[in-house]
Write a protein that binds this ligand. Structure first.
Ligand SMILES: *Cc1c(COP(=O)(O)O)cnc(C)c1O
Length: 469
């Protein structure tokens, strides 16, 4: 008999596989000798997965958890398609190409119909590609001037971990502007202090993971224009628009952050975040075709076709790209605007309510950045609970609301963050508020105790390397 819920799973493990998993972990690491009946195996795995967190209550992730039935159908129909087989699946390849140009149009490329770009597995791969293009272009400029190409640096603010990876993997000195006091973002002034002729570019984040705020691309571009006028040093901008590139065009069309600025040479975005596509797709685009150095493009002669590629991966599923295209058509600007506006409003609603609880100071109130909010304790030193305690307490009722400390130089600052994604409703917000209020009341009544240990926040926030590398 297949098992149907988690209670039964604990009470009566029926299959052999299941009892192995439950009784002996090392046993479950041994490659199975015998074959098994598909229904039993399916049910066993299904039951294991039931114990995962509920994605609807996961307020930590940026990634979409909303999937329309039509998307499931398209994912199902394309489960056997490899994105790299462009010759075998020319329609899928054409869909990817259309998405690239639609995004170039959305991000105001002056050559939207002919510029270059590609899909990736996410923003991390797209960031690597953007960084590599910056590095190659910088080397070309340096060589042309007969200058050294030994010690490139890349300027950035409080970035997502993918940029630390890029710098380490591709041997670029990371020039990370630390947070200071109330300044939790990169500013034009701080960028200018650090620029030199070894600077291959500036990464500006539209939607900083720590606080959800947008960094000032326009202002940074302006000071770099002035720098070039005064010194001749020409420094490119790459916008990490993992979240923001799918938000700003719909929520803040007046904000100038994209290819309208000639200095913005490349943009990355996560299709699977506010692009609303299923997990596993990102985008990297260049302003104009010549912004991507030709040497980085490989002409692959594969399975009878010749195709230019720029990617770190080879084989990769096609479904996510197909469903991204579905979203572009299904939603249009109108649909994206409606969905993101509703999310942004819910973020501001929660910021008002949570701010009124008393012990919290709202750090980001949902205006101007990613739909969501974040807060700190007004008086962390004399509080009898930490935000880690609150995160722990909310976990009990299924809500994942991560608390984490900031990167240098604000490691002392602990904040808690909620992301609002499509699928989160006003009723859920009210439900969460009731639980939060109850949790806060309970925690406040506890006797004073020393600060508790660090609870793991969302994976992407935790492995922050404080060693300065
Ligand atoms: C999520 C995120 C990334 C990494 O994107 P993936 O799509 O998860 O690979 C990079 N930068 C920022 C600002 C992000 O929010």
């Amino acid at each position: 008999m297949p098992l149907h819920n988690t209670d039964e799973l604990h009470a009566t493990p029926t299959s052999e596989i299941e009892s192995n998993v439950l009784n002996d972990r090392t046993e479950s690491y041994i490659f199975p000798e015998a074959k098994h009946d598909p229904q039993t195996v399916y049910q066993t795995i299904h039951n294991q997965l039931v114990l995962d967190g509920n994605s609807q209550q996961n307020l930590a992730t940026f990634c979409t958890t909303w999937i329309e039935p039509e998307v499931k159908q398209l994912m199902d129909e394309s489960a056997d398609k490899n994105m790299i087989d462009k010759d075998e699946y020319p329609q899928t390849a054409a869909i990817e190409e259309r998405c690239v140009h639609m995004l170039a149009d959305l991000w105001n490329s002056p050559e939207a119909a002919s510029t270059i770009g590609c899909s990736t597995t996410g923003s991390s791969e797209a960031a690597m590609l953007g960084g590599l293009a910056l590095k190659w272009n910088w080397r070309k400029r340096q060589r042309a001037k007969g200058k050294s190409i030994d010690s490139p640096n890349l300027i950035m603010g409080p970035v997502q971990v993918c940029w630390h990876k890029f710098c380490r993997y591709f041997d670029v000195e990371i020039c990370e502007v630390p947070m200071e006091g109330e300044r939790l973002l990169l500013t034009a002034e701080e960028v200018l202090k650090r620029c030199d002729e070894n600077t291959l570019g500036v990464v500006v984040t539209l939607g900083v993971t720590f606080t959800l705020q947008f960094e000032p691309v326009y202002e940074i571009s302006l000071v770099l224009d002035e720098l070039q006028t005064q010194t001749g040093v020409d420094i490119s901008i790459h916008v990490d628009g993992a979240s923001g590139a799918f938000l700003a065009p719909f929520l803040h069309p007046e904000l100038v952050w994209d290819f309208r600025l000639p200095r913005v040479k490349s943009i990355n975005a996560s299709g699977h975040k506010f692009g609303l596509a299923p997990l596993g797709v990102g985008w990297a685009l260049w302003r104009e075709k010549h912004d991507l150095p030709e040497e980085l493009i490989f002409d692959v002669n594969y399975l009878g076709g010749n195709m230019p590629t720029f990617a770190l991966n080879f084989s990769r599923p096609g479904g996510e790209v197909i469903c991204q295209y579905y979203n572009f058509f299904r939603l249009g600007k109108e649909g994206y605007r409606e969905i993101h506006t509703e999310c942004a409003e819910l973020g501001r609603y929660l910021a008002d309510k949570i701010g009124a609880f008393g012990p919290f100071k709202i750090v980001y109130d949902g205006h101007g950045g990613i739909p969501g909010l974040c807060w700190e304790l007004k008086d962390a030193a004399s509080s009898n609970f930490t935000l880690y305690d609150l995160a722990d307490r909310l976990r009990v009722c299924g809500w994942l609301v991560p608390a984490y400390s900031m990167p240098p130089n604000r490691e002392d600052l602990v904040i808690q963050r909620i992301l609002i994604r499509h699928g989160f409703t006003l009723a859920m917000a009210d439900e969460l508020l009731v639980e939060m209020k109850r949790a806060v009341d309970e925690l406040q009544q506890r006797p004073l105790k020393p600060a508790s240990g660090v609870l793991e926040a969302e994976a992407e926030l935790v492995p922050h390397d404080h060693s300065g590398r």
